[in-house]
Design a protein. Structure first.
Length: 174
């Protein structure tokens, strides 16, 4: 299992506000683990409650277990607090997938830690670009703000995505 220890002072991009979580472990994880399945179930239910079915692009456990996908979890004291994934698209291009922080852990900087980790992994793999799809609705405003703060800019659909009023596409050069 690949593991990255996250502690104060080790975040290469951006700062974490005082009082936010700065210690925990981000590691490659099994999307079929019981606690992961529970968190993914809540994530998918939330996405389905906000977006029309044709615009729910979050991956389930089977999609996160595909060979082109590396699935990460953030745990503190063994407790699962967030997940995220990196999907290889080919040609030096990766996609950020299935970012989700447990409701009780939101607002503590964990999403920023996960995003920073995935960007660092993509860079270490030699990707030149990292892209994502997220919702365009107000419920996704915090996610879009996080991505904007991390240097992502809006772009046209990429990969197999089609234009949709419900989707916002973003990319970042690495």
């Amino acid at each position: 299992m690949t593991e990255a220890r996250i502690a104060e002072g080790q975040i290469a991009e951006g700062q974490i506000a005082e009082g936010q979580i700065t210690e925990g472990q981000i590691a490659v994880d099994d999307p079929a683990a019981d606690d992961v399945l529970m968190l993914l179930g809540r994530h998918l239910a939330l996405m389905r409650s906000i977006s029309p079915p044709e615009d729910v692009h979050a991956l389930d456990a089977a999609g996160l277990a595909e060979p082109a996908v590396t699935f990460f979890s953030y745990r503190r004291d063994g407790r699962l607090l967030a997940v995220g994934a990196l999907k290889e698209l080919g040609g030096g291009h990766g996609e950020l997938k299935s970012m989700h922080t447990a409701e009780a852990a939101r607002g503590r900087g964990i999403g920023k830690l996960m995003l920073t980790h995935i960007v660092q992994v993509a860079r270490a793999r030699g990707y030149r670009r990292l892209s994502l799809e997220t919702g365009s609705m107000d419920a996704f405003r915090p996610a879009r703000s996080l991505y904007e703060a991390a240097g992502f800019t809006y772009c046209d659909p990429f990969g197999d995505y089609r234009p949709s009023a419900n989707s916002a596409f973003m990319t970042r050069q690495l």
